[in-house]
Design a protein around this ligand. Structure first.
Ligand code: FAD
Length: 438
């Protein structure tokens, strides 16, 4: 079969879902795949916090999409931002006006942060959802340390106060990692800085950290973080974020130059901009077989989709759901091309896990969510995350960096490479009001 006869599948997004789908289809010469992403790399979101806290290098968690498919001649990678999806015509169009015609579209554009209209949050906080976010945050943290090292008076003005919004995996993991940085790396590398003056605040509306885990796990996580010096504020929201403070719902104002946003996600912008009907979280509701209702040639997978869960509701936004739904969509596409029937998606829940800092992790493994914590969970976490990484080189480099970070006090790559994010006007404290935002 020639390339012109081959069916054309256009995939938007090279995250876990899009990459999984493309890899599954790539072995079939009768399918031509165009994989479009606004970045030229696949990024491994679960490890962004390790880049932000200088444990891993960006190249450990980002992999060029072209090199992933270098040996697959039926996969064409394109760098473009898609702004329109037409399910009737089966076309996708980029912000610069290029249009791709497809036999099948797979929309796998993921999520973006949700600031829930919190005044100042989108302007002044540091979200952690992309590699770009992670390198910005790393430079902000290092910039603060450098400036406070030269001028200790800045500590009285909140220089070493870190406020983390959201007690889910992102918030918990980043809180634990910053606490380790402050207690181990900073004293070893910034000799003039009083690291003991640092404050780490973790704020969440709910009544427990890592809510989807068991009550026993909630107590373990809180204990580990408190032992590391993290101040936990449960039942508390963040009302506004200024350039120099975070205002909590209980009226407390914390002077800070580093508010980290792990407060929630919503569907990627293309879900709204693309003109598709949106369900809860702005995500796109799909049928059990992962197609858009009434459009057998359009699949929506991963974080951007509301994938129905057995027993009602939608599956959570997880890497494993994204990867499995990407594979499943590919199998349904191949079945369709052969005139066979599509199958409803079945998710195999292998458990959930989170790292809470050096040597401390929590995991609920298998469909029955058997709970383990401590070193054993830490090892399980390392193994699972390394196995999900794309490319042997990335795995080896990550293990070298983890080992280095674990055994040395100076830690991993402390590179301040985003001067813009590190720049702070210490006399300024601006908050953008809610009315100005809307
Ligand atoms: C900080 C953090 C930690 C996490 N930790 C875990 C964890 O420990 N375990 C776990 O299972 N899950 C974790 N998750 C969730 C997991 O990373 C996501 O569920 C998963 O990445 C979703 O995969 P996806 O392919 O749907 O989307 P993504 O991985 O977000 O990929 C979407 C891709 O689409 C591209 N894109 C978006 N819009 C456009 C557009 N308009 N045009 C072109 N390209 C576009 C993006 O550049 C991106 O490459 C974490 C998420 C975050 C943010």
């Amino acid at each position: 079969m020639t390339a012109t006869e081959a069916r054309h599948v256009v995939i938007v997004g090279g995250g876990f879902a899009g990459l999984g789908c493309a890899q599954q289809l790539a072995g079939h010469d009768d399918v031509r795949i165009t994989l479009i992403d606004r970045n030229n790399y696949h990024q491994f979101q679960p490890l962004l916090y390790q880049v932000a806290t200088s444990q891993l290098a960006p190249s450990d968690i980002a992999h060029s999409l072209r090199s992933v498919f270098a040996d697959q001649k039926n996969v064409d990678v394109k760098l473009a931002e898609i702004s329109e999806v037409d399910p009737e015509a089966r076309t996708v169009t980029s912000t610069d006006g290029e249009r791709w015609d497809a036999d099948v579209i797979v929309l796998a554009a993921g999520s973006q942060p949700n600031f829930f209209g919190t005044p100042g949050a989108s302007e002044s906080s540091f979200p952690l959802y992309s590699l770009d976010n992670a390198t910005e945050l790393r430079s902000r943290i290092l910039g603060i340390l450098e400036q406070a090292d030269r001028d200790p008076k800045l500590i009285e003005r909140g220089a070493l106060n870190f406020v983390i919004v959201g007690g889910g995996p992102t918030g918990v993991e980043v809180a634990g990692a910053i606490a380790d940085m402050i207690s181990v790396t900073v004293p070893a590398t910034y000799e003039d800085l009083d690291a003991s003056a640092a404050q780490i605040h973790l704020v969440d509306h709910g009544d427990a950290l890592l809510k989807p885990f068991s009550d026993k796990a909630h107590a373990y996580v809180a204990k580990v973080l408190e032992e590391k010096g993290v101040q936990i504020h449960l039942g508390t929201g963040v009302k506004e974020v200024g350039t120099g403070h975070a205002l909590l719902s209980n009226g407390t104002s914390i002077p800070t130059r580093c508010v980290i946003w792990g407060g929630g996600i919503q569907a990627a912008a293309v879900a709204a901009d693309g003109g598709l009907a949106q369900g809860s979280g702005g995500r796109i509701d799909v049928e059990g077989d992962l197609t858009l209702a009434g459009h057998a040639g359009v699949y929506v997978v991963g974080d951007i989709a509301n994938i129905p869960e057995e027993g009602g509701g939608a599956l959570p936004q997880l890497g494993s759901v994204a990867l499995q739904s990407g594979h499943w969509a590919a199998n349904n596409i191949l079945a369709d091309f052969k005139g066979k029937s599509r199958k409803p998606f079945v998710y195999h829940d292998k458990g959930i896990m989170a790292m809470i800092g050096r040597g401390a992790a929590i995991a609920e493994v298998g469909e029955r969510h058997h709970e383990i914590h401590g070193q054993l969970a830490h090892m399980a976490w390392l193994g699972v995350h390394a196995s999900l990484m794309t490319g042997t080189k990335a795995k080896i480099e990550a293990f070298v960096d983890w080992a280095w970070d674990g055994f040395s006090k100076t830690g991993g790559p402390h590179v301040l490479d985003r001067g813009d994010a590190a720049q702070i006007d210490w006399d300024e404290d601006v908050v953008v009001s809610q009315s100005a935002q809307s």
